[in-house]
Design a protein around this ligand. Structure first.
Ligand code: TYD
Length: 132
């Protein structure tokens, strides 16, 4: 489903909160890489790519940003503003992030190591690739 939101349970008590993402349980893929996007300058948009096979889950663990997801037929915008909600970014999804708050830390879980050859960074190439 385009822009599927995964609920990440909030554990915790009067001391504060804790959330857990376990591979194969909360998300149906193994986690091979974790990266985080932060300190994004005001007005900056990021992303502008799709992946051929990579699966990811993105969570704004601090602050907020918007993500537009596009499967070549339809688009969906999700607001990421909670450590207890993640959005799945499957293969073949063009995605663009914008409206980053100053304190935004976007944490991303990925099922493979970084591989530039898995990226499609041109929108026309993406629509050609997706329609094959
Ligand atoms: P890029 O994908 O362009 O970031 P964004 O989509 O947020 O605009 O990545 C920025 C740079 O970081 C680019 O040179 C690739 C590099 N990079 C890695 O080396 N490893 C990684 O796991 C990621 C996600 C990016």
């Amino acid at each position: 489903m385009l822009g599927e939101i995964i609920e990440i349970p909030q554990l915790g008590n009067e001391r504060g909160s804790l959330s857990v993402v376990e591979a194969g349980k909360l998300i149906p893929f193994e986690i091979k890489r974790v990266y985080y996007i932060y300190g994004t300058k005001p007005g900056v948009e990021r992303g502008f790519h799709a992946h051929k096979v990579l699966q990811q889950l993105a969570v704004a663990v601090s602050g907020a940003c918007d993500m537009v997801l596009d499967d070549g037929r339809k688009q969906k915008t999700v607001r990421l503003d909670s450590p207890s909600h993640g959005v799945r970014i499957g293969p073949g999804i063009w995605h663009v992030m914008s409206n980053f708050s100053k304190d935004c830390v976007l944490l991303v879980f990925a099922d493979a190591h970084y591989d530039e050859s898995d990226y499609i960074r041109d929108y026309d190439a993406f629509t050609t690739w997706i329609s094959k």
